[in-house]
Ligand binder design. Sequence first.
Ligand code: G6P
Length: 607
Amino acid sequence: MCGIVGYTGEKECEDILINSLRKLEYRGYDSAGIAVFENGKIKTVKAKGKINDGLVKKLDEEGSLKGVTGIGHTRWATHGEPSDINSHPIGNGRVSIVHNGIIENYRKIKNFLIGKGYVFESETDTESVAKLLDYYYKGDPTEAISKAVTDIEGAYALGIIFIDHPDMIYAVRKDSPLIVGIGENEMYIASDMTALLEYTKHYYLLETGEIASISKTGATFCDIHGNEIKKEIQTATWDISEAEKGGFEHFMLKEIHEQPSAIHKTISPRIKDGMPCFDECGLTDDMLRNYKHIFIIACGSAMHAGMVGKYLIELLARTPVIVDIASEFRYRNPLLSDKDLVVIISQSGETADTKAALELANEVGADTLAFVNVVGSSIAREAKMVMFTYAGPEISVASTKAYMVQNALMYLLAFRVAFARNMIDEQECRRLVSVLETMPDKVGECLEDLDPYRKAASKLVSADSLLYIGRGLDYALSMEGSLKLKEISYIHSESYAAGELKHGTISLIHEGMPVIAVTTQSGLLSKTVSNMREVRSRGAYVIAVCAEGIQIDSDSADFTITIPASEDMFMPLIAVVPLQLIAYYSSVLRGNDVDKPRNLAKSVTVE
Ligand code: G6P
C-alpha cells in the first residue's frame, strides 16, 4: 500500500526521499512522486510507474529538485487509476500532501469545496483533503490540520507541507501508520522504519489523533485541541543489513534462507526450562483452561498459519478452534463473548481488516492475543496481549519467513493449551518442545540443494492452472503453497482436500495438468496416494512432496521431492519450504518481478 516519506534538515533531500521511497517499494505501488521546497516554492515531480521508470526519469528530464525539506510518496491506486495526475504529492502552491489510507466522505467534502469555488483535477479522495487544508489554512498549520481532520472520515496518514513554513513538515494520522524519524539536525517521516534504517534507528510513533510539527531540530506533538503531547523516543531493533538483499537475487530467496534462524529467534525466548512460556504477554494456564472458544483471525498467509494452528490445537488440546478470514469475521456478527480467546495473526500489524477484527473482539470483551512481526504496529498496540515473531523485516510481498514463525509460535501455543487443559502431561509437553527445537536444522537441510525445486517449477511453469492436494495438516499447508504460487507466478491454482476431489473438481483434470500432492502425514498416506493415482490415471502430472523414508511408487507420482522426516505434526514447518521454492522458481522462470508482484501490496492498510 502507499508509502510516505519526508525529510527536513541541512542536506539536499531529493536523493534521501528517493532512496527512502525505494525502501518502501516492497509495500506495493504503481506511481511515485516528491515535493520539495525550492527557493521558497513548493515544486512537485510525480509519475505513473516504478520509481526508476517514472519519477527518476522525469527528474532527469526536467531537472532535479533542490531543497532541504520535502515529502515523497509511493501510491497504490484505490480512487482513480494509476496516472501522473492521480499520483501524490497532491496540492497547490500553498499546501501539498502525501496520503496513505482512504477518505470515506471525500465526495461530500469535494462537493462542499466545489461550492466554494475549488476546481478538482484528479480522481483521488486525497485531493479533497489537500483542498480542505488549503481552505482552512490561514497561516497556522496545526489549526488548519485540526479543522480538516475534524471533517474527514476514514483512515489516513498524512505528510503535509505549507508554503509559509518551508523548513517544516507536518503529519497526522488515524489508523494508517506513520513514524517520525530522529536524526542529528535532521528529521524524517515514514510509513515504516525500513524506509529510515539507513539514516536512523530512533523514532517517535505517531498515534491516532496526534499532530506532529517537525523541524530539523526536533518534533512537537499536540492533539486536535492544541494540547501538547509528550512522546517517548523508540529505538528500532532491526538492522539495515536485514532490509538488504545481501547477495541473494531476490528478497524472497534471502528470506526463505533466513527461516532457520527466524524460527530459533522466535521460539527460544519462549521456552523456559523446556516448557512453552507465555508469561511475557500475561497468558496464564488458568486463562487457557477457562476459555470457551478459541478464534484465530487473520488474512492471507497469516490466516493459513491459523489453519495449521487449528489442526494442532484441536489435535493436542481437544479444544475446538474457529479460524476465520478477518474480512468475513468482522461483518458476520460472530458468536463471540468475553469468555473467548481471539488470536490475531499479522506480519505487518497494520492489515485493515485484521485490525478491525481485533477491535471488534476487544469491544466484545474477549481476550485478544496478537502474533505480530512489527513492533509498535497498530495491532501490537491494540491487542490485550502480544507475542512478537522475530522474523526481522520481511520485504518480499510474498510472505515466507513471517509465515514460518507464525506457525512456530502456534506450535508453542498448542502445546501450552494442551498442557493447561491436561490433555498432555509435562513430560510430553517437554518432548514436543524438544522436537520443535530441531526444526531450524530440518528447515536448513531443505535448503542444501535447491535443484529439485527448480526442476519441479520447470514442470509446471507453462501450465494455465494446477491443483495442490493434501489431507489434514497437508491440506492446511497446501493452501499456503497454492497462495504462494498464485501471488508471484500468476499461475492459477487451487488447494483441495484430497478426499474432496471426487465431488466435482476431478473433472478439471486433463492430460498434463500439474497436481502437487503434499504427502507428509504418514497416517493419511495411503488415502492421499489413492487420490494421486486417481488424478494420475486421468492424465495429471503429479509432483509429490514427501518425507524421507516414504516410498512413492511411479504409479502415483511423476516427480518426487523428498524432505527431512519428523513426526507428522511437525511436517508443515518442513514441507512449506519446497512449496515456497516451487513458487519462487516458477516466478523466476516466468520472468516476473518476484518481490513485487503485480497488483499486490505487502501491507494492506485499506479495506
Ligand atoms: C497481504 C500480503 C500477504 C499477507 C497478508 C496479511 O495480502 O500480500 O502476504 O499474508 O496481506 O498481511 P499481515 O501483515 O496482516 O500478515
